[in-house]
Design a protein around this ligand. Sequence first.
Ligand SMILES: NC(=O)c1ccc[n+]([C@@H]2O[C@H](COP(=O)([O-])OP(=O)(O)OC[C@H]3O[C@@H](n4cnc5c(N)ncnc54)[C@H](O)[C@@H]3O)[C@@H](O)[C@H]2O)c1
Length: 350
Amino acid sequence: VTGRVRTALLGAGRIGLMHAGIIADSVSEIELACVADPDPRAREMARPWAKKTSGSWESVIADRSIQAVMICSATPAHEPQVLAAIEAGKQIFCEKPLAGTLAGALRCANAAARAGVILQVGFNRRYDPSFAALAQAIKQGTLGTPLSIRIISRDPEPPPHSYPRGPGGIYFDSSCHDFDMARYLMREEVTAVASFGSALFDARARVEGDLDIVTVALQFSSGAVGSVETCRTSAAGYDQRAEVHGTKGAMRVENPSTLAIESWNAAGRQRPVNPWFFTERYAEAYRDQLRSFARALSGAPPEVTADDGWAAIALAEAAAQAQAEERVVEVAEVIRAAQACLKETRSNEE
Ligand SMILES: NC(=O)c1ccc[n+]([C@@H]2O[C@H](COP(=O)([O-])OP(=O)(O)OC[C@H]3O[C@@H](n4cnc5c(N)ncnc54)[C@H](O)[C@@H]3O)[C@@H](O)[C@H]2O)c1
């Protein structure tokens, strides 16, 4: 694609509106030609950023002048919108999770590969400068051979009532970011998982069969080990940390403070609270993520691919199964099951 890329944004909620603002301020290669959302209030909120708004994403995808789409709609809409956009030959950025099931994510990745279109997935944490420094240290061998990783990821509060969490619950909706970080930082695949989880404080999670606190144990292909804790509450604000321990040393990513001050007195040391949530903590990362999408649109290889999108979901599916069945689940097992499901759907369609 050459020149400014005429792009449509599907879904103008919390994340879609944030991306629209970033494009206007910091990504001049992308022209936000249209925003589609079935909710008129969301369309109204998007008006300052987009030349046009629409209630029908199907008609936006059918518009031949649109070259790329950014899918920021509620998770259940991702798979149909990705498949329709591929069919129409658009380049795609899709928010995580790529789809609501592993079979759906594989279907999207296979279709994008066949069509040769970009399908970049919104794993913004890779673009956070602190996590990027940790990734670089591991890549350069500064820590020696990585032996273990610990990831803590706590939201300040559960998502709003209007937010559909999708069928896979917390593992798909939240832990998928952590699973991506585990694969990305350790530079290898997870082969097996075990998981515990509960619904302790979020009444809606209990009603919908979701969980609000989970911890997942990871076994990597080299024999290295890891753990992910994902939680939907944190009194101190957004709590996002990681530590990698290797044969030559360890490195930890800590939470930034809202102000660069620390005070101390007879009662002890005090630092200001963490940024409240994702839009504050990852502002820089979200901007650099969209700059990376713009580079991909102008011919660079996408830095986060559809394969990354389904690989994180494979871990989410394995973790959900491990927790439900109280056993260790091999990741290859859930991938085989999803591939069999795809094959069956294809033969039923023929
Ligand atoms: N990468 C991140 O850090 C991050 C953060 C938050 C959300 N997300 C992801 O972004 C997506 C949206 O989350 P949100 O927090 O903005 O939710 P939200 O509920 O605030 O907004 C979703 C919007 O999508 C619209 N929508 C629903 N169905 C649609 C359809 N078929 N076509 C177009 N629009 C449709 C809704 O009307 C709503 O305006 C989710 O998939 C979520 O997992 C990613």
